[in-house]
Design a protein around this ligand. Structure first.
Ligand code: RAT
Ligand code: ZN
Length: 409
């Protein structure tokens, strides 16, 4: 008997708790790394960039230098009270969050939201957000070389098991030899030259820290001109250190490619942009390293179809998420469709990239609102083609794809 596909997809999403494989979230026990509540939410760099579009250029720097709560007041007035309707994805996100928390999104100021947040402990707020967003686990972005984060790992702290670790490599590998002093300061005898000693010490760093963090995978963000093979320092370090470590430890190497950092530095975190990547580099990487699983997310919309085709050729490539500027409904719909059509269930359709805990309340609602109809269409096609589809089939697929896929968890 034919099942009601729409209902079955809805039920599958409702009953499954999400594993969010790329965020910038940290538990309350990591002190200043933990970001939550209205002031952080409203000063998310996407919203600050949108605010800056409405400010005279001469005022942007002053705005960025204000204390966070005053910045939040400026953003709130500019994007939610005084202007046109808040219909950008980042603005809509705030409306969804406030609605989920039972707040009035047309309030003149943030006082009601601040009150609600201040009245709760960080632990209770975390429980509330995880519960309401249907998220079971989040993967962090961990950098032992970060001056705020490093001391937590050096000194030890209680880690909420809902937060899992990912070793982020940017600050250890990019712009070599800039990282040399930081690596030396925590005991790795790297040299400025990219020689055998340096490679050995970086491999030791990767191994030690993957072990200490029990890292789910290693991740790096790369520019559109990243080439492999190449004499470029980052490419050399990936080849000599990261890929062999991923192979030996049997954890994925995640590459997030296509970011051009700081095209407009005055916007700070909001000043990064993107460019298209030549996927022939990925073909060469996947062919040279058949025993390494590559978790791939690429920033340019232009590259998405090619990524799917490349993943068809190399089973050690798993596309994941609709990253950053792609995390918008029109693009999520397109990317998810082409991934399912070309790769079936062998992808991880989405991650949140949440930086502020509260964002879990909208990023997943919005993504699922877009992704569910894509699944409904595919499962309807399957059923109409004569496949005796069951609700359990759909539940199993969604649990796999939104539980980290085959490679994780
Ligand atoms: O999406 C973002 O918030 C970006 O600023 C970056 O954090 C990006 O996701 C990254 O991981 O580099
Ligand atoms: Zn990110």
């Amino acid at each position: 008997m034919a099942i009601n596909v729409e209902q079955a997809v809805e039920n599958a999403f409702k009953s499954h708790k999400i594993v969010d494989i790329h965020t910038h979230l940290y538990p309350a026990s990591m002190g200043p790394m933990y970001l939550a509540g209205p002031d952080e939410l409203i000063t998310y760099h996407y919203l600050k960039a949108e605010t800056s579009r409405n400010l005279p250029l001469s005022e942007v720097e002053g705005f960025n230098n204000l204390p966070t709560d005053q910045q939040a007041d400026v953003v709130w007035k500019m994007l939610f009270v005084g202007g046109t309707s808040p219909i950008s994805e980042a603005q809509l996100g705030v409306v969804t969050v406030m609605n989920a928390l039972g707040l009035n999104p047309r309030a003149d100021d943030l006082s009601e939201f601040r009150q609600l947040h201040n009245d709760m402990s960080a632990e209770d707020y975390t429980d509330l957000v995880f519960e309401k967003s249907g998220v079971a686990k989040v993967y962090m972005t961990n950098d032992p070389l970060d001056p705020s984060e490093g001391p937590f790992w050096q000194n030890g702290f209680d880690l909420d098991p809902r937060f899992q670790c990912v070793l982020r490599l940017d600050s250890a590998l990019m712009n070599w030899p800039e990282p040399v002093d930081k690596l030396k300061a925590i005991g790795y005898e790297v040299e400025t030259a990219l020689n055998e000693t340096t490679f050995r010490e970086i491999r030791r760093y990767l191994n030690d820290w993957c072990g200490k963090l029990d890292a789910r995978y290693m991740a790096i963000s790369l520019p559109p001109d990243f080439e492999y093979p190449s004499d470029d320092t980052t490419s050399t370090l990936m080849k000599e250190c990261v890929y062999p470590t991923a192979r030996d430890r049997r954890i994925p190497s995640a590459m997030m490619v296509g970011v051009t950092r700081q095209v407009n530095p005055i916007l700070k975190d909001g000043g990064d942009s993107l460019g298209s990547w030549d996927l022939r580099n990925l073909e060469r990487i996947a062919r040279d390293w058949p025993d390494v699983n590559f978790l791939m997310t690429i920033l340019s919309r232009e590259d998405q179809h090619e990524l799917c085709v490349t993943a068809r050729k190399f089973p050690n490539i798993t596309p994941f998420g609709c990253w950053w500027f792609l995390n918008n409904p029109s693009i999520i719909q397109e990317i998810t469709s082409e991934r399912i059509e070309l790769l079936g269930t062998s992808c991880v359709p989405q991650h949140s990239d949440a930086r502020i805990l509260d964002q879990l309340l909208y990023k997943w609602t919005h993504s699922i609102r877009t992704i569910a109809p894509v699944f409904v269409s595919k499962y309807s096609d399957l059923q109409n083609a004569g496949w005796p589809l069951t609700e359990q089939d759909i539940k199993n697929d969604i649990a796999l794809m939104f539980g980290g896929g085959n490679l994780l968890d």
